[in-house]
Design a binder for this molecule. Structure first.
Ligand SMILES: Nc1ncnc2c1ncn2[C@@H]1O[C@H](COP(=O)(O)OP(=O)(O)OP(=O)(O)O)[C@@H](O)[C@H]1O
Length: 275
């Protein structure tokens, strides 16, 4: 449903942010998009939503080039940006400004989000805190219920209980017909929510894999110092490590260990995932 081929984008001449990347995104999955600061996550989400244009290569979303900004395609996708400039209207007026554009808009989801986030939808956005405004923005993103939902750091600014509410709402109100891509540094907020991981590093996609494939190919557990691992980290419980899973071990994926292993050893990760 998303196919990117040989794609490059530069803000400055001869300095691409993404460089000849290929990417296939399957429908019906929640993807976690990970990458260090400045690696191009926001840029990629903007390309997918038709707000930035590639210098080279092609991008197709539901078979169309988002750069053409056809209304039919724009109705099928929604980008929740990290920072949003909101007008001086009430939360409900804000939602009503956008709702008519999206044929998939769901009043049931809207009601559930307002109730769960406990926000006053008659309050003016300009008088809300940053976190309260974020809840309104997330509410709109979930309620439009588009087949493709792109979220840039959605949990930034949310308090701890609201992060939990966000996870529950996302899990309840997305279905197999929707694809969600969530860019974040808060990997703990994504654990138990995502089905697949994308890692952007050094201008390339160095991993695009479902969690079940990741746990088939890698182990994540306490290790002894002599063991051959890709990356390990001292924790209060001992040395947690990630390594190639050659014995059919079944261990839960740690996104933090995975990210460190992949960015430190991209070639090894490529070898393991291509075998
Ligand atoms: N409008 C712009 N003009 C010039 N350079 C830009 C512009 N927007 C982003 N960049 C540069 O492109 C690179 C990628 O930025 P981007 O915001 O996509 O990264 P990111 O992975 O989302 O970062 P972060 O995790 O810090 O939010 C950075 O080096 C950034 O400085």
């Amino acid at each position: 449903m998303i196919t990117i081929k040989d794609a490059s984008l530069s803000y400055k001449r001869n300095n691409p942010v993404i460089d000849r990347i290929d990417l296939d995104i399957q429908p019906g999955c929640i993807y976690g998009l990970l990458g260090k600061n400045g690696e191009g996550k926001t840029t990629l989400l903007n390309v997918l939503s038709g707000q930035l244009f590639l210098n080279e290569g092609t991008c197709h979303v539901f078979g169309e080039d988002p750069a053409k900004r056809n209304a039919g395609l724009l109705q099928k996708l929604f980008l929740l940006p990290e920072e949003i400039n909101m007008p001086d209207v009430t939360a409900m007026q804000y939602i009503r400004m956008y709702a008519p554009f999206y044929p998939t808009f769901s009043h049931d989801i809207l009601k559930a989000c307002f109730e769960s986030f406990e926000v006053d939808f008659s309050a003016r956005l300009k008088k809300m805190s940053q976190g309260q405004r974020k809840k309104i923005a997330i509410t709109l993103a979930l309620a439009v219920h588009t087949p493709l939902l792109l979220m840039d750091e959605p949990t930034n600014g949310l308090d701890i209980p609201s992060k939990d509410v966000f996870r529950k709402l996302l899990a309840s109100f997305t279905n197999e017909e929707q694809t969600v891509i969530i860019s974040t540094h808060q990997v703990r907020d994504l654990e138990s929510l995502i089905d697949a991981v994308l890692i952007l590093d050094n201008k390339k996609i160095i991993l695009n894999s479902r969690l079940n494939e990741i746990s088939r190919k890698l182990f994540f557990r306490l290790t002894n110092p002599e063991e051959d691992v890709l990356y390990r980290n001292q924790t209060p419980f001992g040395l947690m490590g990630v390594g190639e899973n050659t014995d059919g071990e079944e261990t839960p994926v740690s996104l933090e260990l995975l990210f460190n292993a992949a960015t430190l050893h991209p070639q090894e990760i490529k070898r393991i995932f291509n075998r």
